[in-house]
Ligand binder design. Structure first.
Ligand code: NI
Length: 136
């Protein structure tokens, strides 16, 4: 796709990194403070990049307002101000790392896009210093 369009949206959520299939000591040594029992919060930044052709009539690849509405409906509205381990049914069986969130958010956003627009990448920033991206 020759052109890409990226939007950035924000949400706040809590999570705990814990693999219930592994012993507590394994979890503590892998995840450190991120394994604390009651979780901790992040001010997440979600970046979504779509690709496609620019419509000569509008000059748009797609209307950014529509893209934000799709991200809000499929992801942000479900996760904002939630505990990701306990309150979001479609996250119940995953460890909510930035890597896993990027992949599952990708799979929720992609099918909601209009015809001719493809999802190129989803990036989840947990902090200013770290992020994970999923690109199929
Ligand atoms: Ni964390």
């Amino acid at each position: 796709m020759p052109t890409t369009l990226t939007v950035r949206v924000f949400f706040e959520a809590a999570h705990r990194l814990h693999n219930p299939a592994k012993p507590d000591e394994w979890n503590r040594s892998r995840y450190g403070k991120c394994n604390n029992l009651h979780g901790h919060g992040h001010n997440y930044v979600l970046e979504v990049t779509v690709g496609g052709d620019v419509d000569p009539a509008t000059g748009y690849l797609m209307d950014m307002k529509d893209l934000k509405e799709i991200i809000g409906r499929t992801v942000v509205g479900e996760v904002d101000h939630r505990h990701l381990n306990h309150e979001v049914a479609w996250l119940a069986d995953i460890i909510p790392t930035a890597e896993n969130l990027a992949a599952i958010f990708f799979r929720r956003i992609a099918p909601a896009l209009p015809p001719g627009v493809v999802l190129e990448a989803v990036t989840v920033h947990e902090t200013d210093r770290n992020s994970a991206s999923f690109r199929p």
